[in-house]
Design a protein around this ligand. Structure first.
Ligand code: UDP
Length: 318
């Protein structure tokens, strides 16, 4: 099996590289490193089954030899990142999806696209199931990501319907774990970094908005199961355990033993008020559900950030 992973040097992508290597695949990691990092794949470089190509998938990619699977994960994915890179985000979702689908068609490979709970926008239905069409502001600051991913889903379905490509779409809800960047701007690295450095915890809005956090190991298991299923419509993957952002801040403060104060900052534009996956489809289709609860997952992730900060000499708690 030869498997191409675009965005393979990113947070989720690097875990997928590991997973497919462990399944005995030859893994070709493709990344332009705008938000990904070679540090994430350093430990894989010595593996003879692993190779890295520095390439921006919004330009066509030609590979010699057979390819069995293509997982398209290349895109800035945190709100701060896609605000910083709005046009690369639009291009990764549109041109990048087109190019990776073209490769899948040429190689007769199975294809899986990383979509997102952002396709539901600021949802008016709760929890979100796959048949909900969403509530997205196309011209808002998040539109570059949301609409690129919505376009990507449409493109994937068209390649499936018109060209018979064996496609899959995973709608990924908030995911966390080892190798998230401390500065990616998402709530978990922000709160953990702030707690460990003794800085104020920045809660946006009044903190009553909700999210549901899934550990990356659970997500990777679900993605792997989906790739090998004969099913082509989108599948939500996420952990349905919902929490308000203020409760989440408290959990991280308790876990880290930090005395950081909580401060309130303005809520960014179009910030979804609620988010929680309905995972009935994943349960029935894949026999999948998350196994790692938030307290265990947060503990593991905090340890990872502690080590990172210690290496930088910036932690105040042990
Ligand atoms: N958030 C926050 N403080 C931060 C970063 C994020 O209160 O320092 C909030 C953000 O407004 C949102 C939630 O946490 O309501 C999750 O934000 P994140 O950027 O992780 O991703 P999103 O789920 O919005 O895509």
């Amino acid at each position: 099996m030869r498997t191409v992973i675009t965005g393979g040097a990113g947070f989720i992508g690097s875990h997928l590289c590991e997973k497919f290597l462990s399944l005995g695949h030859e893994v070709i990691c493709v990344d332009n490193l705008i938000t990904g990092s070679l540090v994430n794949i350093e430990h894989l470089r010595a593996n003879a089954n692993f190779s890295f190509i520095r390439h921006d998938i919004s330009h066509p990619l030609e590979l010699t030899g057979p390819v069995n699977n293509i997982l398209h994960f290349a895109s800035p994915a945190s709100p701060v990142d896609y605000l910083q890179y709005p046009i690369p985000t639009l291009k990764a979702g549109s041109l990048g999806t087109h190019n990776s689908l073209g490769l899948a068609k040429a190689k007769n490979a199975a294809f899986l696209m990383a979509s997102t709970s952002e396709v539901y926008g600021d949802p008016e239905r709760h929890p979100q199931s796959e048949d909900y069409w969403g509530n997205v502001n196309p011209i808002g600051i998040r539109g570059v990501y949301d609409e690129a991913k919505r376009f990507a889903e449409a493109m994937v379905m068209a390649y499936h319907r018109c060209h018979g490509v064996n496609t899959h779409i995973v709608r990924i809800f908030n995911t966390y774990g080892n190798r998230m960047r401390l500065d990616d701007g998402r709530v978990l690295p922000n709160f953990m970094g702030q707690a460990l450095r003794g800085d104020s915890i920045t809660v946006y809005g009044d903190g009553s908005q909700t999210r549901s956090f899934c550990h990356v190991d659970d997500l990777v298991e679900g993605i792997t199961r989906l790739l090998f299923k004969d099913f082509h419509e989108p599948v939500n993957l996420g952990n349905p355990a919902e929490v308000t952002i203020l409760e989440f801040a408290d959990e991280i403060l308790k876990l880290s033993g930090s005395k950081s104060p909580i401060v309130f900052r303005p809520l960014p534009q179009d910030d979804p008020k609620v988010r929680k996956p309905d995972i009935t489809r994943a349960r029935n289709l894949l026999g999948w559900e998350p196994k790692i609860g938030r307290s265990e997952g947060l503990e593991r992730t905090l340890r990872h950030f502690q080590e990172k900060l210690k290496a930088l000499g910036k932690t105040t708690t042990s």
